[in-house]
Design a protein around this ligand. Structure first.
Ligand code: HEM
Length: 505
């Protein structure tokens, strides 16, 4: 009996020693962080609800300066919120591989721009960069304005009442990215496929959140068993839709002589096709041209369209939600935005064009300040490809580095009175001397957000369309918000605002 006990004890001690005293573990344990336990290290610390996990990450960021460490079963992870430490990682072309947290998305987005790495990522980035050049954005602006006008039309039905802005805004951004990336209208009377696609995207998003917060369904195979293949069902809908859109477009180009990527004759496209073109399509055509030139294959085209549909809608919807909530809660700031809009448009009700949007300097500062306080992507992850030195500590290769944008943006030493919503922080003279990595809502360095100009344009388009017609009144207050751990910054409760028609319109 005693013999067994001693043997088991020896076995446990050996496991503990092997897991927690190897070269990597010794290096990582020098970095400050929560105390680890016998064998399991910090594993028990994270068995929490998504809201508790979010709160714990914030608490740890106030306890240890610049970075803290998590260690468990051979996995080393750092939470990093010091601007120098962040710069060392994201400005480098070495550490461009994403952390394994992103693997939940791999069945859907595969090797699209967000998840790919190495030369594949470099090639794709080169192909897609022109999709966000000024002339392309100018075309997108027309589509965004049409959608923004539709959004304000729909507000009529709920005028004066408290509404949860999250679903309405998500619908707006999903339609906008779909119409700009694929020139495909979702949910129109003729497009049953479009409606199913939209629902499947929402379901995949929900499932992602579900998996992120729970340990057992992390493995794709096990998760599918648990959910009786529900995820695969949604993936099939999404992939068949994007496949069909691409096929239709390819056929259209072939019918028109094989070289009509940017041809304005698109107006004659078959209206019964799910690829319903009125104007040229920059992003998809760009990819098909690259395919013709042998730079990307058929699967690659689809991976990118799937990636842009995902990255391009939830992020901007989140940014818009908090910005609307903040503007509703700050009457004097709202009045200043309206003054700027009145100066640009006077009594006119015409749609804004790209020049109008570029004149909205104060609105842009409000958006930037809102993205500081509520960064839609609150954290992002890399895996170190080689050993580096951070804050005087040697960090071994293979460590997951989670850049905590949320904590960085709320550092008192970088932003005085960090919880105050003050758009003037972004006046040129107030940004002088600020650390270049103090403000990174769109990340920075080689893997920064490719869609950031599009995002700002979209946010300006919707906010200006709304504020030209409505005054916003607060229901949800900043202090009511309780966040959860997720890919984008979500709250436990809906975000409510009241829209009341302005007298002049
Ligand atoms: C307010 C809105 C947005 C915010 C805050 C945002 C933020 C970010 C951040 C922080 C990253 C880096 C992620 C990481 O390294 O893991 C990123 C990457 C990316 N974003 Fe955005 N994004 C926004 C809108 C958009 C839009 C509208 C698009 C597409 C039209 C887009 C497409 C992408 C893509 C494809 C990447 C991956 C880039 C690469 O790795 O080369 N994003 N975004």
């Amino acid at each position: 009996m005693w013999m067994y006990f001693i043997l088991i004890l020896l076995l446990l001690l050996t496991i503990h020693f092997l897991l927690n005293y190897n070269y990597r573990a010794r290096l990582l344990r020098r970095i400050p962080g929560p105390r680890g336990y016998f064998i399991v290290g910090n594993a028990l610390d994270v068995i929490l609800s998504p809201a508790e996990l979010f709160a714990l990450t914030r608490k740890n960021a106030t306890q240890w300066p610049n970075l803290n460490r998590f260690w468990s079963f051979g996995i080393g992870a750092l939470n990093i919120y010091g601007p120098d430490e962040i710069e060392a990682i994201i400005s480098s072309t070495q550490h461009i591989t994403k952390s394994p947290v992103y693997n939940f998305l791999s069945d859907w987005l595969r090797d699209g721009l967000l998840l790919s790495t190495g030369t594949k990522w470099q090639k794709r980035r080169k192909i897609l960069t022109p999709a966000f050049h000024f002339n392309t954005l100018k075309q997108f602006c027309v589509i965004l304005e049409e959608n923004s006008q539709r959004f304000t039309e729909n507000l009529k039905d709920t005028e004066g009442k408290s509404i949860n802005v999250v679903p309405a805004i998500s619908e707006y951004t999903l339609h906008s990215i779909c119409e700009t990336a694929m020139r495909t209208q979702l949910g129109s009377e003729t497009s049953e496929a479009g409606r199913s696609y939209k629902n499947a995207i929402c379901e995949l998003g929900n499932q992602f959140v579900h998996r992120l917060a729970r340990i057992p369904p992390h493995n794709n195979f096990i998760y599918n068993l648990f959910t009786l293949g529900k995820q695969n069902e949604h993936l099939n809908i999404v992939h068949s839709f994007t496949k069909r859109v691409i096929k239709d477009r390819r056929q259209y180009i072939r019918r028109n002589g094989g070289n009509n990527f940017d041809d304005e004759k698109d107006t004659q496209a078959d209206e019964h096709s799910i690829y319903f073109n009125k104007k040229k399509t920059a992003m998809l055509d760009l990819l098909l041209k690259a395919e013709r030139d042998g730079l990307i294959d058929e699967i690659g085209v689809q991976e990118e369209i799937d990636t842009f549909m995902f990255e391009g809608h939830d992020t901007t919807a989140t940014g818009l939600t908090y910005c609307i909530m903040l503007i509703a809660n700050h009457k004097s700031i709202q009045d200043k935005i309206i003054e700027e809009l009145d100066e640009i448009f006077g009594e006119s009700t015409r749609a804004a064009d790209i020049e109008d949007l570029s004149k909205m300097r104060y609105l842009e500062r409000c958006i930037k300040e809102s993205l500081r306080l509520y960064p839609p992507v609150p954290s992002m992850g890399r895996i170190l490809s080689e050993e580096i030195n951070l804050n005087g500590y040697t960090v071994p290769a293979g460590t997951y580095c989670h850049i905590q944008i949320f904590d960085l943006h709320r550092r008192e030493d970088l932003f005085k009175d960090p919880l105050v919503f003050d758009p003037d922080r972004f006046l040129p003279h107030n940004t002088e001397g600020r650390h270049p990595y103090a403000y990174i809502p769109f990340s920075a360095g080689p893997r920064n957000c490719i869609g950031q100009k599009f995002a700002i344009l979209e946010m300006k388009s919707l906010l200006s369309a709304v504020l030209r017609r409505y005054n916003l009144y607060p229901i949800t207050k900043p202090e009511d918000l309780k966040f959860v751990l997720d890919l984008v910054l979500r709250t436990t409760e809906p975000v409510h605002v009241r829209f009341v028609k302005r007298n002049k319109v």
